[in-house]
Ligand binder design. Sequence first.
Ligand SMILES: Cc1cc2nc3c(=O)[nH]c(=O)nc-3n(C[C@H](O)[C@H](O)[C@H](O)COP(=O)(O)OP(=O)(O)OC[C@H]3O[C@@H](n4cnc5c(N)ncnc54)[C@H](O)[C@@H]3O)c2cc1C
Length: 253
Amino acid sequence: MSKIIIENSIVESNERINSNVYLLKVTSPEIASQIGVGQFCNIKVSDTDYPLLRRPLSICDVEDDKLFFLYQVVGVGTEILSRKMKGDRLNILGPLGNGFNIQDDFETAIIVAGGIGIAPFPFLIKKIMNKNIITYVGFKTKADIIDYGLKNCKYSTDDGSLDFKGTCVDLLKSEGKTLNSKCKIFACGPNSMLRNLKEFCSDKNITCEVSLESVMACGFGICQGCAVESKNDDNYKLVCKDGPVFNINEIKI
Ligand SMILES: Cc1cc2nc3c(=O)[nH]c(=O)nc-3n(C[C@H](O)[C@H](O)[C@H](O)COP(=O)(O)OP(=O)(O)OC[C@H]3O[C@@H](n4cnc5c(N)ncnc54)[C@H](O)[C@@H]3O)c2cc1C
C-alpha cells in the first residue's frame, strides 16, 4: 500500500452534468502523482466539524496534477460538496484502497456500470487503451445519463427511454453469449446488480472485479465500519483497506 497523503487541494471547477451529478476537478499534485485505478479518496467537505466524517469518492480521472471526481448528490455531505466553487480549498485524504488489477492476461475488458457506478472507469479506460473495451452502462431513465470518459458504450434504461429496456446486466446477458475467459469484467453499481452479474460470470467462467461502495468513516482500516463478509474464509474484509475492489467470488454481496 502506498503512503497515505493529506493534501489541501484547490477546486478548479465543479460542473453540474445532470440534475444531481457533478464533476469536481481539483489541483492535488501529491495525490495525483500516486493514485492508481480503482482507488479512492476521503474528502472533508467542510471547514467546520459538521459533517464530522469525510466522504469517500472514487478517483474518476487524473490529468497531470489534477484529480477528477464524479459524484451524485444524495445527502448532506455531497450537497455541501456541490456548492464548492473555483478557488475553494478541500482537504483530501488519499490514495486509499487497493484498486483494479490490470496486469492480468485478458484481451477484452468488459465494463459494467450501474448509474453513478461509472465513476471509477474513465481512469481505468485510459490505462487499458491497448485492450478491446466494451462498456455496458445502465440508468433509470434517459435524463440520468452521464456522458464522461467512457468508450464503446452500450446503454440500458430501466424504463426503455433510451436503447435497451432493462438493466445493464440484462443487456450484457443478451449480447454477451460469446464472451469467454479471455475477457475480464470490471464492475461497479448497486449490490442487486452485482449479484446478478455474479451468476453470469460463474456461468461463463469469466474473472470479474467489483468495486464496492459502502458506508465508511475513516477510510483506512481503523474504525472497522465497512466490513463485508468474505466467502472464502468465513471472515470479514474491510471495503476501505482490503477493497474497495474485490474478486466477485471473494465476498458475499
Ligand atoms: C470506496 C467508495 C467510493 C465511492 N465513490 C463514489 C463516487 O465516485 N461517486 C459517488 O457519487 N459516490 C461514491 N461513493 C458513495 C459516496 O461516498 C456516498 O454517496 C456519500 O458518502 C454520501 O454522503 P452524503 O453525506 O451526501 O449522504 P448521507 O446519506 O447524508 O451520508 C451518508 C451518511 O452515512 C453516515 N455515515 C458515513 N459513514 C458512516 C459510518 N461509518 N457509520 C455510521 N454512519 C456513517 C454519514 O455520517 C451520513 O450521515 C463511494 C463510496 C465508497 C465507499
